[in-house]
Write a protein that binds this ligand. Structure first.
Ligand SMILES: [Cu+2]
Length: 231
């Protein structure tokens, strides 16, 4: 075998080997690609703990840690005057049960001072099985979400087993997964039927109002080509 042919053979072998190599799924979802001024000068997150990281549907996961709105907050970013502590996960795979900042109930929005340190604790409950990156996140009005470090949590079990019931002050037990669902369905049906009647009326009884060109063709009959002019 000539040296050149041997080289081609080696490259071919390398290509086949590369094809056999199992590609790893991409894990990142943009958090590392955030602009430097967001990562270095907005919210500093530290001592973040997510526990447990192996869980099953209906189990609670506690997210704790500290954050400090930077004293060097960028001028181009609205300050956390109205901000909301939340958990960043892909979709409603957990529900939030409790949220507190410095030991104070914080299910609502609040204001944070630049340069101060805050201690937070959020309790979430596993809803959908899967492997999720759980981040603490601070939503700042006009600035958007500022995410903290993500920690993988693996939820096992069956989504159908998820229970989310609360007892009201009057003693009623309400299933928050289905509460008001019949209302949602009936209003959808009502508006869908009304919309359909409206469409049928204007299309079939008012002479195809949505299709002006079709109406014009009908009017002109054999002379429909007259619609097309050189100008
Ligand atoms: Cu993440």
């Amino acid at each position: 075998m000539k040296l050149k042919n041997f080289g081609v053979f080696l490259i071919g072998l390398a290509a086949v080997a590369a094809g056999l190599w199992m590609p790893m799924p991409a894990f990142a979802h943009g958090e590392k690609a955030q602009m430097a001024f967001l990562r270095m000068r907005s919210i500093h997150w530290y001592d973040i703990s997510v526990s447990p990281t192996q869980t099953s549907v209906n189990d609670e996961v506690v997210v704790t840690g500290k954050f400090r709105p930077s004293a060097f907050w960028p001028g181009s970013l609205p300050e956390p005057v109205v901000s909301y502590l939340n958990i960043g996960v892909p979709g409603p795979v957990f529900v939030r049960m409790e949220s507190e900042v410095n030991g104070v109930n914080m299910v609502n929005s609040t204001s944070f001072e630049l340069g101060a340190t805050y201690d937070f604790r959020v309790v979430i409950k596993a809803r959908v099985p899967g492997r999720y990156h759980v981040h603490p996140v601070l939503h700042v009005e006009h600035a958007g979400p500022l995410v903290g470090p993500g920690i993988w949590v693996e939820t096992s079990g069956n989504a159908a087993d998820f229970k989310h019931e609360v007892t009201t002050l009057t003693g009623n037990v309400v299933d928050l997964e289905k509460f008001g669902f019949a209302n949602v369905v009936s209003w959808h049906i009502i508006w869908f039927v009304l919309g359909l009647i409206w469409l049928v009326y204007w299309i079939f009884f008012k002479g195809r109002l949505f299709l002006p060109r079709y109406r014009r063709v009908l009017e002109l009959g054999d002379d429909a080509d007259a619609m097309i002019t050189r100008t």
